[in-house]
Design a binder for this molecule. Structure first.
Ligand code: G1P
Length: 328
């Protein structure tokens, strides 16, 4: 999996283009579920929430927050946390004393980095019982209010931050409908994901695009969470980026348990289809970085270290010392 354009600086929050959401006065929230136990990263996650594990020197969740704030109209990120992980909240809280100490020691650049994280528009709600992704998203219902909102799953981030921006464009092209990002997956892996049914109805830029090619837009007619391969209605899986109608929150309020005995967001989206249109944008999943397992996380760190000019040479040297420089 490649991680292109890894060093893009955050776009200034001031002086943005006015888009349709802003021109209509819509302010949107983005929800990041982060209440999981992180068992794949034990024993590290006994002491550090997996969301705070660093990719180079920045916690994974900060990449996701930066991505979430990129689409026009998004003015706040709501992190659905568990009370067991107060460190995430501390990370985004201002610590003036710490910043002052760094500045007094001549570490202005480091103080600025610390300040940047604490000045992000992030708030918290809590999921007291881990009852599934649908339940986690519903915990943010009050904070989201009555506007469309994004959901970004936190084990994956897109360095150039454009995936959600493109999803918003598809939504605009289709009457502000809900839009999800999807990508092809081999048949033997469909049971790990949510899978869509539907038909290709065009492409994001209007060009001729093969059905499962990046940029293709599908009208969704069904969704199934973790189907057996023989029951999968397509090979397009839900990547973990959603732009959803607020109506989903009403449906989640009484959503029963589904696959794995959990309240599934996918199941509530299937019910939403009876009332509202939904579209899917085919994306290149390799545009993003998967940090969901120790091996994937290590690979993302390696690729970022190789692409970032400030770490590349030192990283190659470190690999060389252990006879691993072929990893390039
Ligand atoms: C969740 C969603 C699933 C989606 C997947 C993407 O599953 O329920 O529809 O395809 O994320 O990573 P989970 O990984 O939580 O089992």
């Amino acid at each position: 999996m490649a991680c292109p354009d890894l060093t893009g600086a955050p776009r200034p929050r001031d002086g943005r283009r006015r888009g349709y959401l802003q021109s209509k006065g819509i302010r949107m929230k983005a929800v990041i579920p982060a209440a999981g136990l992180g068992t794949r990263f034990l024993p590290a996650t006994k002491g550090t929430p997996k969301e705070l594990l660093p990719v180079l020197s920045k916690p994974v969740i900060q990449y996701v927050v930066e991505e979430a704030l990129e689409p026009e109209g998004v003015d706040e990120v709501i992190i659905v946390n568990s009370r067991e992980k107060p460190q995430i909240e501390s990370y985004f809280r201002v610590d003036g004393g710490f910043e002052d100490m760094l500045r007094k020691r001549g570490k202005k650049a480091e103080a600025d980095l610390v300040h940047e994280a604490s000045s992000m528009p992030v708030s918290f709600v809590y999921q007291d019982n881990p009852r599934g992704l649908g339940h986690a998203v519903h915990c943010a219902a009050e904070a989201v209010g009555d506007e469309p909102f994004f959901v970004l799953l936190g084990d994956y981030f897109v360095p150039d931050r454009q995936m959600c921006v493109r999803m918003a464009e598809v939504s605009r092209q289709h009457g502000n409908a809900s839009v999800i990002a999807v990508a092809p997956v081999p048949a033997d892996q469909v049971s790990r994901y949510g899978i869509i049914a539907g038909e290709c109805v065009g492409s994001l830029d209007g060009s001729d695009t093969a059905d499962e090619q990046e940029g293709a837009v599908w009208k969704v007619t069904g969704l199934v969470e973790k189907p057996a391969p023989e029951d999968a209605p397509s090979h397009l899986f839900i990547v973990g980026r959603y732009l959803l109608s607020p109506r989903i929150m009403d449906l989640l309020a009484n959503q029963g348990v589904g696959a794995g005995g959990e309240i599934q967001l996918t199941d509530a989206m299937e019910r939403l289809l009876a009332e509202e249109d939904m579209y899917a944008l085919v994306v290149d999943v390799d545009e993003g970085c998967d940090t969901g397992t120790p091996a994937a996380w290590a690979g993302v760190n390696a690729r970022l270290a190789l692409k970032d000019p400030s770490t590349r040479e030192a990283f190659l040297e470190a690999l060389g010392r252990s006879g691993l420089s072929q990893a390039e």
